[in-house]
Ligand binder design. Structure first.
Ligand code: 2P0
Length: 353
């Protein structure tokens, strides 16, 4: 038994003297899902969730302070950010400035390596990288827990991308300050496990309903929501035990039923939200066929039609081949590192990156 081998986020104790910082973070895939908030403003979830941080599709974000600038400037992959992402990044910077007692505006440059049009969300890696870079640039001293709480305010799932390997995001208790202080992620102890996630892209188009809107509608209108939350709490307890045992089959079974249950809550919403497409079901059938052939492969899906298949690292190439019946592209991901500062630009180095 060990805590995960990957480094925690660095404490942002190393100060940059240049008024800027660059950070790198990776996306994570939840094996026990976050679906539903009890507080939209503070991004406090209804239940705990648990994820694996990936070693692919990193986000690199640079935050430079500009004391002359009247407003923040934000570029995404080299182009000015659209209105909605700009608003979210500027609101996040306001939060950091408020905590740090600073007023300078920032120039934010974010680059995602997730393939363009792959239909994979980048808000987890995006806000984890922004939290680490902005905290350093504004001299806000935060440990890994503080960075996780801060990243949570940008996007809930970003709280988990502060950590490498497997991480649990605690829902915490209460609302207001009590809720804010008690809701953060931390690493999960795992046994001997060579887990891979094969990412099957079935549809690269933009989603019809954002996960934020779908989540709220599900909590407010789906009669299936509360029962899923109850079963998800039990899934989390069982998942932690399965990870500790290094029991990939149990981890996969729990992850698959948790994801299907989450999608059932959305189908029960009024009006229904359906992210699964016919191609999603073709991939799910291929996963069932793999199991019939004796391969331990288990599916999970997020707020979109793409499928991520958990399997042993040694089986990943075979699983990827089998999924191509329904998927246009596949990628193999393994456990990746936590978010951290990047060396270069005269800025201090982050741990392990
Ligand atoms: C998850 N998802 O646990 C779940 C499963 C999608 C399905 O976290 O509103 O972008 O910014 O907190 O983190 C996607 O939601 O939502 C997500 P906000 P977020 O990974």
């Amino acid at each position: 038994m060990r805590l995960d081998q990957y480094p925690l986020a660095p404490e942002s104790g190393e100060r940059s003297s240049t008024g800027g910082a660059t950070a790198v973070a990776h996306p994570n895939i939840a094996l026990v899902k976050y679906w539903g908030k009890r507080d939209d403003e503070l991004i406090l979830p209804v239940a705990d969730s648990l994820s694996m941080t990936l070693d692919v599709f990193s986000t690199t974000t640079t935050v430079r302070l500009d004391s002359e600038a009247p407003v923040d400037r934000v570029t995404l992959n080299g182009a000015p950010a659209a209105e909605e992402p700009y608003r979210r990044v500027a609101a996040f910077l306001d939060l950091v400035r408020g905590r740090a007692g600073r007023i300078e505006r920032a120039v934010v440059d974010t680059r995602n390596t997730v393939p363009t049009g792959a239909g994979l969300a980048s808000s987890a890696s995006g806000f984890a990288a922004l939290a680490v870079a902005a905290a350093d640039a504004y001299d806000l001293p935060l440990d890994a827990t503080g960075l996780s709480r801060l990243a949570r305010r940008g996007s809930g799932s970003a709280s988990r991308s502060i950590f490498g390997g497997f991480a649990v995001w605690h829902a915490g208790q209460g609302t207001g300050v009590e809720g804010d202080l008690s809701s953060y992620a931390e690493p999960v102890a795992v046994g001997d496990l060579d887990a891979a996630l094969v990412i099957a892209i079935v549809d690269a188009g933009p989603k019809a309903v954002s996960s934020r809107v779908a989540m709220r509608r599900t909590v407010d209108t789906s009669p299936l929501y509360r029962p899923w939350v109850e079963s998800s709490r039990a899934d989390l307890t069982e998942m932690r035990a399965a990870l500790l045992r290094g029991d990939l089959a149990a981890v996969g079974e729990i992850a698959e039923r948790n994801a299907l249950g989450m999608h059932a809550t959305m189908l029960g919403a009024r009006p229904a939200v359906r992210y699964m497409s016919p191609a999603t079901l073709v991939v799910l059938d291929a996963v069932h066929q793999l199991r019939r052939e004796g391969v331990a492969a288990y599916a999970t899906m997020d707020a979109g039609p793409n499928v991520k298949v958990l399997c042993d690292g040694a089986d990943a190439p075979r699983v990827a081949r089998a999924l191509r019946s329904g998927a246009s592209r596949t990628y193999i991901a393994r456990r990746g590192p936590g978010a951290g500062l990047r060396a270069g630009d005269g800025l201090p180095a982050g741990d392990g990156l």
